[in-house]
Design a protein around this ligand. Sequence first.
Ligand code: FNR
Length: 183
Amino acid sequence: PIKTCVLVGSLREGSYNRRLAEGLMHLPESREHEFAFADIGSLPLYSEEQDNDPPPSVVALRELVKGSDSLLFVTPEYNRSIPGVLKNALDHGSRPWGQSVWAGKPSAVIGTSIGQIGTALAQSHLRMVLAYLDVPLMDQPEAYIQWKDGLVSEDHTIAESSRDFLTGWMRAFFTFIERHQDV
Ligand code: FNR
């Protein structure tokens, strides 16, 4: 099975992005694979002073990412960019200098918001940061999801109107990971 670390850019109880992530993880295509959420809400605000003595939450994030084959970013858009909590996690994983845990992990970015552009600008900003971190990113298909009630039910079922599209997106992600692992 492919092990994917899932990073959700919202800490909100009942987050739509978390719901979207859970919907993707529960698709039939995902069943043979493994997923683990990164607990980015427990990380302190990054400060360079702690590079050599990181708290347990930072060690846990770094170990989870190191042990994962791939990364799935599911993020809301905050003020036309990525939420600070997600950037904070990326900063933590990138240090100490030369010991970034992100580099080389095949990844995909998706997100949902109530706004009409469905996190397009947040995803664009996130792609720039991930490119710098040497993260191989799936370019296509893109997925900018405007949240509608019932898009993903409490039992993780994706509404029929979006199921084929998101199934195709998830299949493309697994293919991207496998292609990258072969190289
Ligand atoms: C938002 N929201 C938002 N939506 C959007 O489409 N573009 C944006 O720039 C912003 N900016 C923004 C800033 C802040 C601080 C908040 C709290 C919210 C609305 C956002 O899409 C909505 O709150 C989603 O529900 C957030 O995702 P989760 O928490 O449900 O996963």
